[in-house]
Design a protein around this ligand. Structure first.
Ligand SMILES: *Cc1c(COP(=O)(O)O)cnc(C)c1O
Length: 408
């Protein structure tokens, strides 16, 4: 049914818009027959992991797409980050944004390196280079930038700081597979960049990740590390971990890569559909992607200005959930408000005003190959009805001023 008035909204007793839930990050699956063919082949070979041909094929394909010499496929993106951090000999303090998935911080803290949370530019949502510079101390050994939503951080400015202050520079490119920065593919920058191929990402290997770099020595070190430090059958030459990608994951990866243009085209069409459907709504801004760059469009990011929209981001979240639309409040409440960081650095929020501001405003909406434009039209209609009647809706949801983050 068409939902024109607040009474039509499920949160106020109207019918639920979707029988089955719409998810953010529902997996894209490529050609099933080709995937199953590859899985049959690897079963016939009985070569399930450890230097198998499908993983090598996947690594070659990723390196070619990104335009780098080395790709090291891993069991997931977090272990890839941990390996890259260790291979770069980061220690002491490393500067990262707090406005990211918690794995960026955990990958450091797990090896007892202190993540120093830095604020982001409220416009780009990525590290503010001036703030990075201000956080460099004698203990600082590196910077990890995050290409949030697939939009590159200020790579040139961060590279300049890293060079001048003699810091290592990594990028968490978990969102940015297939995206470019100033016409060059993301993956080519810093000492190394890390992708995630988790099931929710645009290309997935069930679980998986990869480190890409043009640095031969770093690549050799990381290859050893991801396989227990084995340099030969009985020869362990360094501390390592098990970070290997299995053949079945690589089979999914190779198959997904074949469909990447289609996944991106669907995401882009979905993004266009959201843009049209939400056009002109006061206080609701759809995050735009740079037309001149390549982009995977895997995130549909809304910024809600509660003063203008008269509904809060959390109101909209609640309204959509009631309709079976599982919108997500990424990356609320910010790493610095999650444990163990919250206890370790109770005052961190003071220095992160833009992070706190964004964490209250952002709502990610469902997209990907499982979401149709017809469904998107209906999601937009729900948002439109809620915002058009913003003051009334907010009132009826029984909220006064939105809770300050500090009371969480
Ligand atoms: C998904 C993600 C990761 C972690 O990747 P996994 O493959 O799930 O371990 C790290 N950083 C960011 C920004 C992510 O979105």
């Amino acid at each position: 049914m068409i939902k024109r008035s607040p009474d039509d909204l499920a949160v106020f007793g109207g019918p639920v818009a979707f029988d089955t839930a719409l998810h953010v990050g529902r997996p894209n699956i490529g050609d099933r027959a080709r995937l199953l063919g590859r899985i049959n082949d690897l079963l016939d070979r009985r070569w399930l992991t450890n230097g198998g041909p499908v993983r090598e094929e996947f690594e070659r394909a990723v390196a070619a797409l990104v335009g780098v010499r080395h790709c090291i496929a891993t069991c997931n993106g977090t272990v890839a980050l941990e390996i890259a951090i260790r291979a770069c000999a980061m220690s002491g303090e490393v500067i990262i944004p707090s406005f990211t998935f918690v794995a960026t911080a955990h990958a450091l803290q797990w090896q007892e390196i202190t993540p120093i949370f830095c604020d982001v530019d409220p416009r780009t949502h990525t590290l503010d280079p001036a703030q990075v510079e201000a956080r460099v101390t004698r203990r600082t050994t590196g910077i990890i930038g995050v290409h949030l939503w697939g939009r590159a951080c200020d790579v040139d400015a961060l590279a300049e700081i890293a060079l001048r202050r003699r810091l290592r520079l990594l990028f968490d490119a978990a969102h940015a597979f297939g995206c470019s920065y100033r016409g060059r593919m993301i993956g080519q920058f810093g000492d190394a960049e890390v992708f995630s191929f988790h099931a929710t990402k645009v290309v997935n290997t069930f679980e998986g990740g990869a480190i890409v770099t043009d640095d031969d020595h770093l690549a050799a070190r990381m290859r050893l590390m991801k396989n227990f430090g084995f340099a030969g059958e009985d020869r362990v030459v360094a501390l390592g971990i098990n970070g290997k990608m299995s053949e079945v994951s690589a089979a999914m990866g190779v198959t997904s890569l074949e469909s990447l243009p289609e996944f991106v085209a669907v995401n882009q069409a979905n993004h266009d559909c959201y843009r049209v459907g939400l056009a002109g709504l006061t206080g609701v801004t759809l995050l735009a992607y740079e037309e001149a760059e390549r982009c995977n469009y895997q995130y549909v990011v809304l910024e809600i200005d509660e003063d203008l929209a008269q509904v809060t981001r959390d109101d909209l979240h609640q309204i959509l959930r009631a309709e079976n639309v599982r919108a997500r409040r990424y990356f609320y409440p910010g790493c610095h408000r999650m444990e163990p960081y919250r206890s370790l650095y109770p005052a961190a929020g003071r220095d992160l005003p833009n992070t706190e501001w964004l964490a209250r405003r952002i709502l990610c909406l469902p997209t990907g190959t499982t979401v149709s434009t017809g469904e998107i039209d209906r999601v937009c209609e729900i948002v439109r009805t809620a915002v058009t009647h913003g003051a009334e809706v907010h009132d009826r949801l029984g909220r006064t001023a939105p809770r300050p983050l500090g009371t969480l």
